[in-house]
Design a protein around this ligand. Structure first.
Ligand code: HEC
Ligand code: HEC
Length: 213
């Protein structure tokens, strides 16, 4: 083959690869923003940038650690983490679509969360987050979730900016055992040893951290 046609072939193959790559990206984005027959758009509940729902029912997922997102979707699929909403959605997705969605969601930038309602428990939230509750054997949140709650790949999710309502709900789920997919029962232990007042304070602390970053 003449050098000219080899060059032509290489350019053609590169163009095909680029086209395939951008098609995978488009399909993850389309799936996220518009859904497909039988699958509701992720954005309907989680927001276009993955910022989460206003009432805190829907978690903030944009920019979350990819390995954590992949684990949660797999846990929903296998029903290890049960959700009437998420389990049927993930069970209808192809593994390749799940991988593409994870990569897409991890790159989203949800921006700062809304301001949290005023409260007088700011120092309590900071205390639990940074120093834990040793009397009950609870390590500081940041020991596992990283300084500033930015998360530690692959196992510890980002908490900074996460919605107060969702964090409170997850503590309730871990405490009652309706969510049990945490490795070594780490969160079931933490949630079982904090009072509702401490949970509300620490949830507010982490949502507010997302406004400072
Ligand atoms: C009808 C609303 C709705 C739709 C549509 C939806 N979700 Fe969810 N999602 C939820 C709710 C509610 C939860 C919390 C589930 C629970 O623990 O019960 C959740 C949880 C999650 C989580 C776990 C977050 C965390 O911090 O642990 C991920 C990841 C996720 N959804 C991704 C997606 C993706 C990707 C799509 C689109 C394919 C999607 N969701 C579509 C409502 C929705
Ligand atoms: C010993 C380590 C450890 C400590 C201490 C810890 N966590 Fe966690 N936390 C985890 C792990 C691991 C997960 C991920 C569970 C999973 O894979 O489903 C998690 C998950 C969570 C979730 C669910 C996140 C989501 O997006 O659904 C919240 C909320 C949370 N932790 C808040 C806290 C807070 C607040 C504290 C401090 C009071 C804390 N954690 C302390 C290990 C820890």
């Amino acid at each position: 083959m003449a050098p000219g046609s080899i060059k032509g072939l290489v350019i053609f193959l590169l163009a095909v690869l680029v086209a395939m790559d951008s098609r995978a990206e488009t399909s993850a984005r389309t799936l996220f923003e518009r859904g497909m027959p039988g699958i509701r758009a992720c954005a309907d509940c989680h927001g276009k940038d993955g910022a989460g729902g206003i009432d805190g029912r829907y978690p903030r997922i944009g920019g979350q650690i990819d390995a954590y997102l992949a684990k949660q979707l797999e846990d929903f699929r296998s029903d290890r983490r049960h959700s009437y909403v998420m389990t049927p959605i993930v069970q209808r997705l192809h593994p390749q679509q799940i991988r593409a969605l994870v990569a897409y969601v991890a790159t989203l930038n949800p921006g700062p969360p809304p301001p949290s309602p005023a409260g007088d428990d700011e120092s309590l939230g900071r205390e639990i987050a940074l120093h834990g509750k040793w009397s009950a054997g609870v390590a500081p949140c940041v020991k596992c979730h990283g300084p500033g709650g930015i998360g530690v790949p692959p196992n510890f999710p980002e908490l900074a900016g996460q919605r107060i309502g969702y964090v409170v709900w997850m503590f309730e789920s871990f405490r009652t055992g309706s969510r049990r997919n945490d490795p070594l029962c780490m969160m079931q232990h933490v949630a079982g040893h904090l009072t509702p007042q401490e949970v509300a304070a620490v949830a507010r602390y982490f949502q507010d951290l997302g406004r400072r970053q």
